[in-house]
Design a protein around this ligand. Structure first.
Ligand code: GDP
Length: 459
């Protein structure tokens, strides 16, 4: 893929890089072939002959009028974020002034940058790969400290390095196979045996699965855990929600993302974010009683990472309780036996040890600490090493990794069934390609290069 062909790279783009508001300074970033000449048109000092990586004092002018006193950083290609000429104007932070300068830039030939376009250019110009590009996006979006650590780890390219390593391993295997097929008379090249391929594939699979697991965990760190509190009416769902909100000094927020419509509030505790999902039970107010039935729970159950199934331990299980137990049996789930200040009448269908079980009372606050501790244990953040943590952050990349993983499994099966090795090679090449796409690298040339370099088979 010729990265440059993909986008309209001749344009010089401009955008306000800092958040719009009243601050000490605002920065307007300009990138592209005409960055310096466009800014020069609206600056009082001559920028055309300035050296690269210098900061220049100037005024911004609109015809005869002076708009602002500014510092202009000039960074010439290729040692810039986008690998293009980049100019940054540090101006005084007023909204009106900043917008005015941007407007002048647009009038003088710059185009307003699309969201993420500077980063996109950095990728298209080969300065960063796709995993790093997503990391930049993450860094802009994440709020928690752990999330920032994760994004930084990715930004340093640790994921890219890991995936490169995996690809190198695949190339080794493919090269071995190809040499065997094309040059069977070569005695000095080790003959590829099924067992050897199996041995080579095993660590590959382990690494791949580690990245997949990490990617799933990183979602929990960055986006929080979607928790659905479900149960039939009057078991105490709203009371538990309110207790959680109260006890944990809740910050109620709007959560962007696919489950936005379902999320009612988020609470933070010990670096973990719980997105409490709306069910009719949560919405219930004293004058508007909305009964939650099995039907209504289904949607939130599907979108949830964790289910809190609340049962009233003062009553025997009802048909609806059984249905909810059954509906959630394959999900990560905690059974909350509420109202333990009242006599216990419930009898669970299995032995209690089979469940993640917490007994609570929203009146005495009994068991609520145990509940949050159990949640924390189930999503053990301490186990997630944020150093050397390799993951991919977008869903598409994660899906591709899963695809590569299932291809690996089918190769292993093929080996067990003694399929011809050159048939398996096709799948290996596919995995190589998928991994390449994830980090935005190309396929055939690189593969051929390696075969040539490592084996010199044509000589
Ligand atoms: P929801 O319909 O599941 O959301 O249940 P609510 O939270 O509205 O509670 C229903 C009723 O049970 C209310 O009258 C609560 O005061 C009461 N309740 C909730 N939790 C407890 C508890 O732990 N013990 C007792 N005795 N009553 C509770």
């Amino acid at each position: 893929m010729d990265r440059k062909r993909v986008s309209n790279m001749q344009d010089t783009i401009a955008a306000i890089a800092t958040s719009l508001g009243v601050g000490a300074i605002s920065i307007i970033r300009v990138s592209g072939p005409d960055a310096i000449s466009i800014v020069d048109k609206i600056a009082t000092s001559n920028l055309l002959n300035k050296k690269s990586h210098t900061i220049n004092y100037s005024y911004i002018k609109d015809g005869e009028d002076l708009v602002d006193e500014v510092l202009i950083s000039i960074m010439k290609a290729p040692k810039t974020f986008t690998k293009e000429d980049v100019v940054e104007i540090n101006c005084h932070g007023g909204i009106a002034t900043t917008k005015k300068i941007l407007e002048l830039l647009l009038k003088n030939g710059a185009r307003l940058a699309e969201p993420g376009e500077f980063t996109k250019r950095a990728f298209l110009n080969g300065r960063i790969d796709l995993t790093e590009a997503s990391a930049v996006m993450d860094l802009i979006k994440v709020s928690s400290e752990e999330g920032i650590k994760l994004a930084m780890a990715n930004l340093k390219g640790s994921t890219k390095e890991k995936i490169r390593l995996l690809r190198a391993k695949i190339i080794d295997i493919i090269s071995n196979i190809e040499v065997n097929i094309d040059f069977p008379e070569y005695q000095d090249i080790e003959v590829v045996t099924t067992q050897k391929i199996k041995d080579l594939l095993e660590p590959l699979k382990k690494d791949l699965q580690e990245i997949i697991t990490n990617s799933k965990n990183s979602k929990v760190i960055k986006d929080g855990i979607n928790v659905a509190i479900i149960g039939r009416p009057n078991v105490g769902k709203s009371s538990i929600l309110n207790k959680l909100l109260g006890e944990e000094k809740a910050i109620v927020t709007d959560i962007p993302g696919t489950t936005r419509d379902l999320v009612e509030a988020s609470i933070y505790f010990d670096g973990l974010r719980l997105n409490l999902m709306d069910t009719a039970g949560i919405r219930k107010t004293s004058d508007q009683v909305e009964k939650i039935g099995v039907e209504k729970s289904i949607q939130s159950i599907e979108a949830a990472d964790l289910i809190l199934l609340v049962l009233n331990q003062n009553e025997a299980l009802t048909k609806e309780d059984y249905e909810l137990l059954d509906l959630t049996k394959d999900k990560k789930r905690i059974i909350v036996l509420n109202k333990n200040d009242l006599p216990k009448k419930i009898v669970l269908p299995n032995v209690e040890e089979d469940f993640n079980l917490v007994t609570t009372s929203t009146i005495s606050s009994d068991g609520l600490k145990e509940l949050t501790a159990m949640i924390k244990k189930m999503f053990d953040l301490n186990k997630i090493k944020t150093k050397d943590f390799t993951y991919v952050s977008n869903l598409e990349q994660l899906n591709r990794l899963e695809e590569a993983n299932s291809l690996l499994s089918s190769i292993e099966k093929g080996l067990d069934n003694n399929l011809p090795i050159d048939m398996l090679e096709i799948d290996l090449k596919e995995i190589f390609q998928i991994l390449g796409e994830i980090i935005g690298e190309t396929y055939t040339e690189e593969l051929l290069d390696h075969i040539f370099k490592n084996f010199c088979v044509g000589k």
